[in-house]
Design a protein around this ligand. Structure first.
Ligand SMILES: [Zn+2]
Length: 684
């Protein structure tokens, strides 16, 4: 996903609960009634790259065999009960031991080595996952993912934690639960946390943070920011409070004691129970509070609140995307919401065209364009279509019901189906068919408006019939048909469950045009004619010729190398307009062309980028040219060279758009014109 000029994936990491599921599934130790209380004293030593831990576990179950999970890379492990060494067996991430009679507690001492961070990490939120189980540190920080298994966890039991983390002066710790104290002791900083009911394993981030707090939200809101970002505290406190309130109203009470935004010294972002890590490089971007932060906060309800039963596919990214990223567009305007849905369909069509599709019930959270288009995009549409079937009030009420019933318990797509089955218009059989088709089938329906006809009626209006068709095994769909007339527009909705469906409606005036699914509310495979060319098509071009107009402003010509470098097209062939005009030969051929400035010679398909983006001083637009594409890069002559240069470097970040415009180097337009040619449109 691209937002506001910098590439920041909308994907995030929910790493905790997967571990919890795996660990619970692998062990069969009987569940102890009272929690196992872990008192953990840890000392971070950046010079040695270690975390030295002393953990005392109070075992209410008393004597017997216990299984603790702990990182296999832990060294110098010793177990003692009182002063007596306890024999244990280690196998990969498990430590087995028996407690001697009369000893309700056991002490573990060990050292966890911390790795150096990788040399290079992409500045994005969609890191492919190398860090998800890592424990790494730098000169004054450490980042331990829940999957690093840095602390003991007694299998089959409820675990509770008191943490005391000692670090070099000024270095504070962030994790789940409630912050106790931050004290200076012996030239070091000691942070304490209480986590009576952890959700999965604990992550841990240590860095020289400045702590800010606000308490006017449904829960205490905190920011842990590094010095260079401390000015952002009030922005993040206010945004966190706003979205916590919003989702508490929408879904039900926030289930944690605090929500914290912690800056990650590494560029990756993660969503964790009751806090989020945002990479240093993205935290200052102005759109992050309303986009990535909102998404992570919504995960407090879906993913970290109601947990994912991964057996039948991960539903939480689709739902979180729907109630965060998508709903933000709906709040903006109906047009913005429709544009978001269309963009989702275009992304899916591009993916399906490359054969990378998979059924939704196989999406677990792997991070690739394929998983994004399916697990986020298609899944988001399932919730949107469900809302269409059951209606506005029932949809939101159902989510509240799901949250109340399944908080901190794993839930599956089937649990979601059961919440909605039996609502008016969505009986059990229909609900089964709906979820089965969207979860188990790859791809999507291919729809057509096959015929339209209109007859004048006695009332002075027209009786319209339209035949809708779909290919292959038919989907159960709820669709809308709009008929535009000389006197306005009439819309009707209908349920289609076969290959062909005839819709009849009466309109008050002569019909002009019929449009199936005018709101883009139905998930479907877009026709090739419906996918307008975008910046991504330019980036993907294998044979692009750059044609530089003779009177292109100097500033524009100077920015071409920057533009091409951004698009990954440094090797593209460049020709001057005069050279083309002189030879008279069609050196442009039938291939893709990028036109710089406004040439006098004719280039088939060319569009006027500045006319399409009139508010801009620099613009880029892409159009079809026969089987290929033509892109236009233009700037008004008076535009400062530095602004043209800045715009040239940013165009690549707007891959999914067909028209991009900039003013003084700032993006002022990003849109994609809809092609007139669609199998869903017919004129009378
Ligand atoms: Zn997410």
């Amino acid at each position: 996903m691209e937002r506001g000029g910098t590439k920041v994936g909308g994907r995030c990491w929910l790493v905790v609960l997967l571990w919890a599921m795996v660990l619970l599934a692998k062990t069969s130790v009987p569940c102890l009634a009272a929690p196992v209380v872990h008192t953990i004293d840890a000392r971070f030593d950046p010079a040695a790259s270690t975390l030295a831990v002393t953990a005392t576990l109070i075992l209410p179950g008393g004597q017997g065999e216990h299984v603790v999970t702990l990182s296999p890379s832990v060294r110098d492990l010793r177990l003692t009960a009182g002063d007596v060494a306890v024999v244990f067996r280690r196998a990969r991430e498990t430590v087995r031991f028996r407690t001697p009679p009369g000893t309700p507690s056991i002490r573990l001492d060990y050292v966890l080595p911390l790795a150096a961070p990788p040399d290079e990490l992409p500045v994005s939120m969609d890191n492919p996952g190398g860090l998800s189980s890592d424990a790494v540190c730098g000169p004054d920080w450490a980042m331990l993912m829940p999957g690093s298994l840095w602390h003991p966890w007694l299998a089959g039991a409820a675990n509770a934690y008191h943490l005391r983390l000692s670090a070099p002066a000024g270095v504070k710790a962030v994790t789940q639960g409630t912050l106790g104290r931050i004290d200076a002791q012996d030239g070091r900083t000691v942070t304490t946390w209480d986590i009576p009911k952890p959700v999965g394993r604990l992550g841990l981030c240590l860095a020289p943070y400045a702590l800010s707090e606000a308490s006017d939200a449904p829960a205490l809101v905190q920011t842990f920011l590094l010095a260079q970002s401390s000015r952002l505290a009030s922005t993040y406190l206010a945004a966190s409070a706003k979205y916590l309130r919003f989702y508490a109203d929408l879904h039900g009470p926030y289930a944690f004691t605090k929500f914290a935004v912690a800056e990650n010294p590494l560029p990756t972002g993660y969503g964790l129970p009751s806090y989020t890590l945002l990479g240093s490089q993205v935290i200052a971007l102005p759109f992050i509070p309303a986009t990535s932060l909102r998404h992570e906060i919504a995960h407090s309800w879906w993913g970290n609140g109601v947990l994912v039963d991964d057996a039948g596919g991960n539903w939480c990214e689709g739902l979180t995307t729907y109630v965060a990223d998508y709903l933000a567009k709906e709040e903006e305007s109906p047009q913005a919401a429709r544009e978001y849905r269309l963009k989702t369909l275009r992304a899916f069509a591009a993916l399906a065209g490359q054969g990378e599709d998979m059924p939704l019930d196989r999406f677990g959270g792997r991070f690739s364009p394929a998983s994004q288009a399916v697990g986020y995009g298609k899944a988001m549409f399932v919730f949107h279509m469900l809302r269409g079937f059951v209606g506005e009030a029932a949809f939101w009420q159902g989510l509240r019901q799901l949250y109340a019933a399944r908080l901190f318990k794993p839930a599956s797509w089937e649990d979601i189906r059961r919440v909605y089955a039996g609502r008016p218009g969505f009986d059990a059989a229909r609900s089964r068919r709906f979820f089965r088709q969207w979860l188990t089938r790859p791809g999507g329906p291919t729809l057509r408006l096959e015929q339209v006809a209109a007859k004048p009626n006695a009332a002075g209006g027209y009786d319209v019939t339209a035949v809708v068709g779909q290919d292959g095994q038919p989907y159960l769909l709820r669709l809308a048909l709009a008929v535009e007339t000389e006197a306005g527009r009439t819309e009707t909705t209908f349920i289609m469950d076969g290959r062909r469906h005839t819709v009849s409606l009466t309109v008050p005036a002569r019909p002009v045009r019929a449009v199936l699914d005018p709101g883009a509310d139905c998930f479907r495979l877009l026709d090739a004619a419906e996918s307008p060319p975008t910046v991504n098509a330019v980036k993907a071009s294998r044979a692009l010729t750059v044609l530089v107009a003779d009177d292109a402003p100097e500033s524009l010509q100077a920015a071409v190398p920057r533009l091409l470098a951004g698009l990954g097209l440094e090797g593209a062939r460049q020709v001057q307009e005069s050279a083309v005009a002189a030879t008279g030969a069609d050196v442009l051929g039938q291939g893709d062309v990028l036109v710089v400035g406004t040439p006098r010679i004719t280039v088939e398909g060319i569009v006027d980028a500045l006319a399409l983006s009139p508010e801009s001083d620099t613009a880029f637009a892409v159009a079809k040219r026969g089987q290929g594409i033509v892109a236009a890069f233009a700037a008004r002559p008076e535009t400062a060279a530095k602004d043209v240069e800045a715009a040239a470097g940013k165009i690549t970040h707007y891959g999914s758009f067909g028209i991009v415009g900039f003013k003084e180097g700032k993006n002022v337009r990003k849109s994609t014109p809809e092609p007139a040619d669609s199998p869903l449109t017919r004129t009378f």
